[in-house]
Design a binder for this molecule. Structure first.
Ligand SMILES: NC(=O)c1ccc[n+]([C@@H]2O[C@H](COP(=O)([O-])OP(=O)(O)OC[C@H]3O[C@@H](n4cnc5c(N)ncnc54)[C@H](OP(=O)(O)O)[C@@H]3O)[C@@H](O)[C@H]2O)c1
Length: 365
């Protein structure tokens, strides 16, 4: 695996479409072969090659160029995932993709167009044109950003900051998983509104990265023995906003520091979600904090967002705000690339170990 990184600048856009469809290509897909028994998930998949059918009226034949590696894919593999999320054995792992139209039977698309699709870990797919989320234009933003900062991750961060964080100048905001696309984006957006960011991540290297790349004033390793002491020192006036997504030890440490009226957008709970820990009953302490310190807690999941804004990936406010920020170069992002669809399972297992830096993307050959 040879990841390369692209920092706040143009990622290499896929090469222009050259050949029109000749012989119908076959599809290479990565499917779930069995459920993980422990934390090893990379060997739970198998690769299949299947013939492709030609698109019918209203359909497109897509070729996948970039695949988003998402942490929620790991929870979908588990038997304890919510019913609506659980991935059946033999199914392709779903996820957003940047795909190229190879053949079109719909007037709105032509061969060569780049689109944001949801075709998952496979090289090709025939889809209804109505399922396409957005056409992508490299002149507007690097197309890879549609999988991160200018896509679902950026939208979650942008909505959480506007709707719940509402940071005021001088307030302290703690950001968990601060090197990931949600934390890094939300932290920068809050910083632009004058908040002081205390970033929490999982290694010294990631701490340095978020300080140097995003300008976060403090970054702490949540695995350090003295994490609790350092966090207290870093937040002498308490915590006004806590972007939570890690759970476990992290939430235990931040909770006592939350100020009266603190806002807490909840984007995920990595530790509890992937490998449920032995019962630790946080509920009484949490309810007490909500009651006595008037916490405002609100979840930001892709499900809520899809319900609230069915067309969220084309939300005009998001597209124009974030587009302007990206073009102004006031907002930075970091992507890490892995080459080859067959390495998607390994890439996912790296993400689950926190062994990634920024948005992890597989470039399909
Ligand atoms: N609400 C939604 O629909 C939605 C969509 C996407 C992601 N999310 C959630 O948002 C959070 C951040 O995701 P992201 O994609 O922006 O970041 P990401 O960096 O792409 O991936 C997740 C990060 O979580 C941390 N992590 C990994 N394994 C962990 C574990 N076992 N225990 C605790 N932390 C672990 C690591 O960050 P560190 O090394 O910095 O700790 C890892 O880099 C996650 O909780 C994710 O589930 C939610």
């Amino acid at each position: 695996m040879t990841p390369t990184t692209h920092l706040g600048a143009r990622a290499p856009d896929p090469p222009p479409h050259r050949a029109a469809i000749g012989a119908t290509p076959s599809n290479t897909r990565v499917v779930l072969a069995h459920r993980p028994s422990g934390r090893d998930i990379a060997d739970c998949f198998r690769i299949e090659r299947m013939p492709l059918r030609l698109p019918q009226n209203g359909q497109l034949l897509l070729k996948t160029e970039l695949v988003s590696i998402d942490i929620c894919s790991a929870s979908r593999m588990q038997e304890h995932a919510p019913d609506s999320d659980i991935l059946a054995l033999g199914q392709v792992m779903p996820c957003s993709t940047v795909s190229r139209v190879v053949a079109s039977r719909h007037a709105g698309f032509k061969a060569g167009d780049l689109v944001l699709a949801h075709t998952g870990w496979q090289s090709h797919q025939v889809v209804d044109a109505t399922s396409i989320r957005r056409k992508l234009y490299p002149g507007v933003a690097p197309v890879s950003t549609a999988l991160g900062i200018y896509g679902m991750y950026g939208f979650i961060a942008w909505s959480a900051v506007r709707e719940v964080c509402q940071p005021r100048p001088g307030e302290t905001m703690v950001v968990a998983a601060a090197s990931g696309p949600i934390g890094a984006t939300a932290g920068q957006l809050a910083q632009m509104r004058g908040a002081r960011i205390v970033a929490v991540t999982s290694s010294e290297e990631k701490c340095r990265h978020v300080r140097e790349t995003y300008g976060f004033s403090v970054a702490l390793d949540r695995h350090a023995d003295d994490f609790a002491d350092r966090l207290r020192l870093a937040c002498p006036d308490g915590v006004d906003v806590f972007l939570e997504s890690v759970h476990g030890h992290c939430i235990d440490t931040v909770m006592p520091l939350l100020n009266d009226g603190a806002r807490m957008p909840l984007c995920g709970m990595m530790e509890g979600e992937l490998w449920p820990e032995p019962a630790t009953d946080r509920l009484p302490a949490f309810l007490d904090a909500i009651l006595m310190r008037r916490l405002v807690v609100r979840s930001f999941t892709h499900r809520d967002i899809a319900r609230l804004h069915p067309q969220f990936l084309v939300d005009p406010g998001f597209i124009s705000d974030m587009g302007a920020l990206l073009r102004s170069e006031r907002l930075r992002w970091h992507e890490e690339y892995v080459d080859g669809l067959e390495l998607a399972p390994l890439a996912l297992s790296r993400l689950v170990r926190g062994d990634n830096l920024g948005k992890l993307i597989v470039r399909v050959g």
